[in-house]
Design a protein around this ligand. Structure first.
Ligand SMILES: Cc1cc2nc3c(=O)[nH]c(=O)nc-3n(C[C@H](O)[C@H](O)[C@H](O)COP(=O)(O)OP(=O)(O)OC[C@H]3O[C@@H](n4cnc5c(N)ncnc54)[C@H](O)[C@@H]3O)c2cc1C
Length: 341
């Protein structure tokens, strides 16, 4: 490695790199995906030509994607991983949404790539890197790739692009690379159902070799964020369900019902008495069970008072001889709790 105008020492390192062409990496990832994940369908040669949104104002929901040719795919979630040519910011702006601010540092870098056959008797260093710096605008990377080949990448900063790159570009062997911006999607209100990641989110100078690792870490973050949010969604209905089921003396469980849930059981039983007699209480009760309202709605002053009225006060009054005669009919009692397992 030659960088900062000096030759670096060669030595052992525990850092391991995987070297290969883009075609090999893509093919490997695709095969692994299809082998490991059921229900995945790949559509080739189906470029996305637009995103479809629904709703007004700043709170739009993404409902699907439009393919070139007009076909519409309805979706709940779109993950834009279309690289640095991503058009999501433009499509958001066209839909009346605030597009993410752009961040850009363009060192006017240009790349050209060529492949060479690796000599069978070659015994030198496995790879080479010459760093481009402001005092020396040219850089190069030589790496061994599959097919007994060497991949040579020549780079030039400050517009000092390699002549071989320009010629090779005409033969479709090179890709001029221009610094593309990072997009601050975290600074705007994102529509529901849209995630932007990979180079579509932020593309760096490839010389640092960080793009794919950053993408993998973003995928991990997506999974983690999903799992954390999924756990938060599941938490309440699950706690409600298991605190009810664990009441059964025969219930088998390896889960310790929280003390608070056990303490609240008598209140929920009393609440059921109120819900069985009062339409407004029942409606609120149903809202919580169907997750339209959080369980805290069970403890609003209205619900507390109604529960007191129907489960405590009225049964008590109805037991008084005079009131019992005025309001005949059995006083509904709070159901008795079976012994917990
Ligand atoms: C010369 C060079 C060398 C590099 N070397 C390294 C390296 O050594 N290590 C490293 O980690 N990174 C390296 N990188 C960076 C790395 O390639 C990227 O970070 C990585 O490929 C980004 O992955 P991505 O999936 O976000 O986007 P991409 O890999 O760009 O994939 C985007 C995909 O979306 C498709 N697409 C685009 N628009 C649409 C559309 N409208 N509809 C449907 N599909 C669409 C494209 O065809 C493409 O297949 C290098 C980059 C370059 C240019």
């Amino acid at each position: 490695m030659y960088d900062y105008q000096r030759d670096f020492r060669r030595g052992e390192s525990e850092v391991r790199g995987v070297l290969g062409t883009r075609a090999l990496i893509e093919q490997t990832v695709r095969s692994m995906l299809l082998e490991q994940e059921r229900g995945v369908q790949l559509r080739s040669a189906a470029p996305v030509a637009g995103l479809l949104f629904e709703g007004g104002g700043g709170s739009k929901q993404l409902t699907g994607v439009k393919l070139k040719g007009g076909e519409v795919l309805a979706t709940d979630l779109v993950v834009d991983a279309s690289g640095r040519s991503s058009q999501t910011a433009d499509w958001m702006a066209a839909a009346g949404l605030q597009p993410p601010p752009k961040l850009m540092v363009d060192a006017k870098l240009g790349y050209a790539t060529r492949f060479y056959e690796r000599p069978a008797d070659y015994s030198g260093p496995p790879a080479a890197l010459v760093g481009g710096r402001p005092m020396f605008t040219r850089g190069a990377v030589l790496i061994p790739v599959e097919g007994n080949s060497w991949q040579l990448i020549l780079g030039g900063y400050a517009g000092d692009h390699h002549a071989a790159g320009r010629q090779a570009a005409q033969r479709h062997q090179s890709l001029p690379w221009h610094q593309e911006p990072g997009r601050c999607y975290d600074k705007v209100d994102m529509p529901e159902g849209l995630v932007v990641m990979g180079d579509a989110h932020a593309a760096f100078n490839p010389i640092y070799g960080q793009g794919i690792t950053t993408d993998v870490l973003q995928s991990e973050a997506l999974k983690e964020a999903f799992q954390k949010r999924a756990a938060a969604v599941v938490d309440t209905p699950w706690t409600l369900a298991i605190s009810e089921d664990s009441k059964w003396p025969i219930a088998e469980s390896n889960y310790e019902v929280p003390q608070t849930a056990a303490l609240l059981r008598p209140y929920f039983a009393a609440l059921a008495v109120a819900a069985s007699q009062d339409d407004a209480v029942f409606a609120e009760w149903a809202r919580v069970l169907h997750m339209l309202k959080p369980p805290t709605a069970f403890f609003s002053p209205f619900m507390l008072l109604k529960t007191l009225q129907y489960a405590v006060l009225l049964p008590f009054l109805r037991r008084l001889p005079l009131v019992g005669r005025l309001f005949p009919g059995a006083a509904p009692a709070v159901p008795a709790e079976p012994a917990s397992s």
